[in-house]
Design a protein around this ligand. Structure first.
Ligand code: ADP
Ligand code: MG
Length: 299
């Protein structure tokens, strides 16, 4: 291949909002047949807000928000930040956190105001023998069917509330996925979030979630995302991975082509071959189209 033509391709990339690490990247871009998309921050904006507080019998929203809000205030996770912000707006000053532990891909736990508090996935509470009662369970399922994330909250050994956090799908995601399909790529949604939430988001952006054909891979722990990419590669697929988070970095590096959202973390950007400068997924389709055009010019 002529280095000059590849350089021209790299320059055009900048015009369509794609930063390309090196000219040789165009070759792997051209061969990709599968595109794995992280959900939060990639297909969705990742800007979460606390939209509902559902409490069990005998509990108050205020106490739930004080304890869960304070605990989540010690975490950097987008879900945690939404809860801490929402709680602060609704109840004002939050108590101090006496101890705190982040459980990767699961939630948070610690001591607040003398109470042992847990917030996160239902299974994290189950580790402490805390189970949502029928009403809270129904509230959780209703939120998830609507594509929202339900955070279970418990303290002193009892599951007591569900906090509902919503994230908006980027307005460009659906069109981007249609374009990727037109280029012959198979889209797969990959997330640590719950299966029901993932399927709801997938359906909304046109990723085929039925037929059990693996278009939606949910409840994957951060450390296991890389394994999903490796497995697809073992099946003979040439895999592009698009992500934004620290928890996507290993998968981005493992993929045949890693694409980072320019709006994402530095770690994700460093692990990737391409950066979608504006965080617009349509630029991924532009990059693939561009690489095919550039390389057919050379050959
Ligand atoms: P994603 O792959 O969507 O970026 P993560 O792997 O970071 O998500 O988290 C997976 C799931 O773990 C979240 O959807 C949420 O249910 C739960 N979780 C993680 N961190 C927290 C937290 N700080 N508070 C509540 N829930 C959390
Ligand atoms: Mg993400």
């Amino acid at each position: 291949a002529t280095p000059l033509a590849l350089m021209v391709g790299t320059g055009r990339g900048a015009q369509v909002g794609v930063l390309i690490k090196g000219p040789e990247t165009l070759e792997s871009t051209r061969k990709v047949d599968t595109v794995v998309l992280d959900k939060t921050g990639t297909v969705t904006t990742g800007q979460m807000t606390l939209v509902d507080v559902v409490v069990g019998e005998g509990e108050t929203k205020e106490q739930t928000l004080r304890l869960a809000g304070a605990l989540e205030g010690a975490s950097e996770h987008p879900i945690a930040r939404a809860i801490a912000r929402g709680a602060g707006e609704m109840v004002g000053d939050l108590p101090a956190v006496e101890s705190f532990e982040n459980v990767e891909g699961m939630g948070v736990q610690g001591i607040v105001d003398g109470h042992a508090v847990v917030a996160g996935r239902e299974s994290l509470l189950a580790d402490w023998a805390q189970y949502l009662g029928p009403e809270l369970k129904e509230a959780k399922l209703a939120a998830e069917r609507a594509g929202k994330t339900a955070v279970a909250v418990g303290w002193d050994g009892v599951a007591r509330a569900v906090l509902v956090v919503a994230d908006a799908i980027k307005p460009t995601s659906k069109d981007a996925i249609r374009q990727l399909r037109e280029l012959g790529l198979r889209p797969i949604l990959l997330t640590g979030d719950n299966e029901t939430v993932a399927r709801s988001v997938a359906a909304e952006v046109g990723i085929d979630a039925d037929g059990g054909n693996g278009s939606v891979i949910a409840e994957v722990l951060p450390k296991d995302k890389v394994e999903v990419v490796r497995r697809l590669q073992e099946e003979g697929r040439v895999v592009a991975m698009v992500g934004d988070g620290v928890n996507d970095a290993a998968a981005l590096a493992q993929a045949d082509l890693g694409l980072a959202m320019g709006t994402g973390t530095d770690v994700a950007i460093e692990a990737s071959d391409l950066t979608l400068v504006r965080g617009d997924l349509r630029a991924a389709a532009d990059a693939i189209r561009l690489s095919r055009r550039t390389l057919s010019t050379i050959k």
